[in-house]
Design a protein around this ligand. Sequence first.
Ligand code: F6P
Length: 479
Amino acid sequence: MSAPAPNRGYDLVVVANRLPVDVSVDDDGTPSWTRSPGGLVTALAPVMARSAGAWVGWGGAPGLELEPFEVDGTQLVPVTLSQDEVAAYYEGFSNDTLWPLYHDVIAPPTFHRQWWDAYQRVNRRFAQAAAAQAARGATVWVHDYQLQLVPRYLRDLRPDVRIGYFHHIPFPPLEIFAQLPWRRQVVDGLLGADLVGFQRNGDAANFVRVVRRFTDLTTRGQVITLTRHGKVERHVRAAPFPISIDSQAFDQLARTPEVQKRAEEIRHELGSPEVLLLGVDRLDYTKGIRHRIKAYGELLEDGRLSPQHTTLVQVASPSRENVGAYQQLRDDVELLVGRINGDHGQVGHAPVQYLHQSFPMEEMAALYLAADVMLVTALRDGMNLVAKEYVAARSDERGALVLSEFTGAADELSGAVLVNPHDIDGMKNAITYAAHMEAREARTRMRRLRRRVLGHDVNAWSTEFLAVLTAVPLREGHV
Ligand code: F6P
């Protein structure tokens, strides 16, 4: 690899698997784009707006070859992935090897050497694209598990830049990470960064333990010391930076008369149930959707919740539909929903309203406002921003949050009713408790939740991360 030598370039370069827009090309070859609603886009929008920056990422479709283009003052730099690379790097290594491995092996990870080859090749391409955009002494912020080798490749190309990496999903315990045949290379990839950020303290501690086990580097608390020829070369800090949402914007959205009216309409359209439960997830096996629906079905069966007067709305947005485990999950969930509705439904009323769709933010805010109980029962989740959105929407200080202790959010959201989603009886008790919670208790809990969510928003998250990163002294290097 040869290092590019930019005369100018951007002071801030974000590198993420996806661009903040979805790009498509019309039949006549004209490209068009729509803003993608993902959490990371919202998270970084204010930072990008403050400094003229570049964003390196994939346009979301195979074979797209596009020149860089500008959106709202940010230079978007598309990385091309062939059909085979989408299959091997994205669906394969990222989402069928790393994703299950990093989420407590809830599904068995698949290890294929060809997928690993594609992962290295694509990570190198992202690093080259970032190197070509960064000004001398720039800050480059790399995101997530799809790009763990980018920090190392980029440092080799551009030793003059500061490199931050943020890991949005859990970092697994040593004993699980150790299964990865390429564990040493992944650790080395991440150690190319100056700062490696995680959602929780536990994730950062797992990483430091992995470094101690698979390298001979010394660590002290959060700091890992890299040496060359017996001399200290540089330090890498591994620390927690829990991500959040644009809480104010969400709070404001949920207060608009349109959203408030829509929330009332939703309850009405559902037949004004006494208890409205809500689940909102990507259709992913880490989210505990089956466990939650099973618990709900048993509550109807036991008569602890009335099938006539209770509704569970489950929004399950389509995700990674070419990966086998996701196809299996869809079948399982749809079978379960069909059974419950078959056993407990009536003409004009289904106890589970299952929506395999994505909705705009306005509709989501209305659903959050309409729901008496929000169910977040993930088996493992880096953070879970749905939980935070629910809280931000509830300026009426009503509603209850049932939250899995296996989410990053559980470390912060002490006003929630915490559950272990593997314990179906415990979850049934928690759902019943939340459904019948006294208004006073619900208010006290929601106030506590809102203090945290409104007091620590995504802007605070990115500001804190970048403040720690930019405090790293710049190094001399060739460009
Ligand atoms: O939670 C990790 C993550 O990669 C998010 O950044 C993203 O919104 C979500 O999973 C969906 O990912 P994908 O890009 O695979 O659709």
